[in-house]
Design a protein around this ligand. Structure first.
Ligand SMILES: [Zn+2]
Length: 74
């Protein structure tokens, strides 16, 4: 089985996946699952589509606020 790895540029933000924060979307949506942001630990939401990207592409899930820049300096 071949695993293709896409080259990433330093400016490429495709490696991050935004997870909506629970405080912004308290009710969630159908199919969403509770998760925790690995950078700040706040509660947020993930879903099967995001989990698939994490598994298949090594993408890093971050809450929206970390994805906007706060978490990347850590
Ligand atoms: Zn965060």
């Amino acid at each position: 089985m071949n695993v293709r790895i896409e080259p990433r540029k330093p400016t490429d933000r495709g490696g991050y996946i935004c997870m909506p924060l629970k405080k912004n979307v308290p009710e969630g949506h159908t199919g969403w699952k509770p998760a925790k942001c690995p950078a700040c630990g706040r509660e947020c939401w993930t879903d099967p589509a995001r989990e698939l990207l994490v598994r298949t592409q090594g993408a890093i899930p971050l809450c929206t606020e970390c994805a906007l820049g706060k978490g990347e300096r850590k």
